[in-house]
Design a protein around this ligand. Structure first.
Ligand code: CTP
Length: 399
């Protein structure tokens, strides 16, 4: 994902510095060229060799280190950088950057960088809430730095408060968001549904399906990285809600209908990946149903078809995509759905294909529009999410 990108990971003197080793590893795994810069104080918390082993690149500490090609050429690194992530950012370094002081490799490079810059403060609760630090952060935000607020919890000295360095996953996602090009969904509102629904039979039982939500979560994250304001309406899944996405948890098809129809009118793109139950028990029993002799009969009634309702009430310019999972006649059934539900695209997947469908990391989709049937090869759900968005943006631009 980050092939060809240079990430400058700047580490300053905070106990959280050890956590940055995980970040360096993750960036490297994603294919980035990772250049770690450390302040002298940071080296008291973590040895530069840790970063050098993880990144395969010399860790830069002193501007006047003559053993390295960038010894006095911090500008060369600043030119190559696609992103600077300052994590952890100590109160001291924040203060220096804010005051325009550049007296070591880290601060000189950051000053020379024109690429996006993210700052993740990590310090003691009182230091973080010190009005000077808060003022500095506000000023830096005003200069265009992205500030990721620290988390709340147990701090290094055992106190509870604000100041914990944010999760590795959150910092990585913030970085991916800055590094993603094109940001062709900037200013757009995208509504995504994901996961299964649960239809209650009684207080302990429900009807559901095998959907894990992965496809929808991948679409939501991809749209967010491309600049959209994303709302994800999700049935119950085991997945962590994507960062920088508003996630609305729902349980039943009726809940999902309410959540989606409320938000649909303002959405530019709607992508319904959810495996919504087509039927629910007529009555959810108040008490647990006791077993009896002989077969049990459970009367089922149809749920509302959310996608069809969206197709009927679409506003001009809105682009709507449904999903379809079939075990036979994939194309014919999906084409029929496209027309019947009045949507712009159906992403169809066959349960009979290896690597496609529920609970796997890959998908083999066929994208069906009025004009075209496009068979995609087997790919990860993240890759598929990217192509779905490409095609939907294309349909949006045709309007
Ligand atoms: N869907 C929906 N509301 C429902 C059921 C489905 O919005 N109550 C959406 C799904 O999110 C998906 C699409 O409709 O995007 C396809 O669902 P599917 O159940 O396969 O469509 P049907 O036309 O109902 O197909 P079948 O006759 O096979 O049930």
């Amino acid at each position: 994902m980050l092939e060809g990108k240079t990430v400058v990971l700047a580490v300053s003197g905070s106990i959280a510095a050890y956590k940055s080793a995980g970040l360096a590893r993750r960036f490297k795994k994603l294919g980035a060229d990772v250049q770690v810069l450390m302040t002298k104080n940071a080296t008291y918390f973590i040895n530069p060799i840790t970063f050098e082993s993880l990144t395969g690149t010399k860790c830069l500490i002193d501007t006047f280190d003559r053993n390295f090609e960038f010894s006095v050429e911090h500008v060369a690194l600043a030119k190559r950088a696609d992103l600077v992530l300052l994590a952890p950012a100590s109160a001291n370094v924040i203060g220096k950057i804010c005051a325009g002081i550049a007296d070591d490799m880290l601060t000189t490079t950051i000053m020379a960088c024109t690429c996006p810059k993210i700052i993740a403060p990590a310090m003691n609760h009182n230091m973080y809430h010190n009005p000077i630090v808060q003022d500095n952060l506000r000023r830096l935000a005003g200069y265009g730095y992205e500030i990721i607020a620290p988390g709340h919890g147990m701090l290094a000295n055992g106190d509870e408060g604000d100041g914990r360095m944010p999760d590795e996953d959150l910092l990585l996602e913030a970085s991916l968001r800055q590094l993603t090009v094109p940001r062709d969904l900037a200013g757009k509102k995208v509504l995504v549904t994901a996961g299964p629904t649960q239809e209650a039979i009684d207080p302990v039982r429900f009807i559901t399906n095998h959907s894990t939500g992965r496809m929808g979560y991948a679409v939501a994250a991809a749209a967010m990285r491309r600049g959209a304001q994303v709302t994800l309406v999700s049935g119950p899944t085991a997945l962590r809600p994507p960062y920088f996405v508003e996630t609305v948890p729902v349980v039943s098809a009726e809940d999902m209908y309410q959540a989606v129809t409320e938000r649909a009118p303002e959405s530019d793109y709607i992508i319904m990946t959810a495996a919504v139950a087509d039927y629910r028990p007529q009555e959810a029993a108040q008490e647990k149903i006791k077993k009896g002799e002989g077969p049990a009969v459970l009367p089922l009634v149809r749920t509302k078809d959310i996608l069809a309702a969206l197709g009927q009430n679409r506003r001009p310019g809105q682009v709507i995509c449904g999903f379809s999972m079939e075990t036979e006649e994939l194309i014919a059934h999906s084409r029929d759905k496209l027309a019947r539900k009045n949507v712009d695209m159906i992403a169809a997947n066959s349960l009979r294909e290896e690597g496609a469908g529920f609970g796997v990391e890959t998908n083999r989709l066929t994208l069906i529009t009025k004009e075209k049937t496009e068979e995609l090869p087997l790919m990860t759900k993240e890759e598929a999410a990217g192509i779905i968005l490409d095609r939907l943006i294309g349909l949006g631009e045709e309007r």
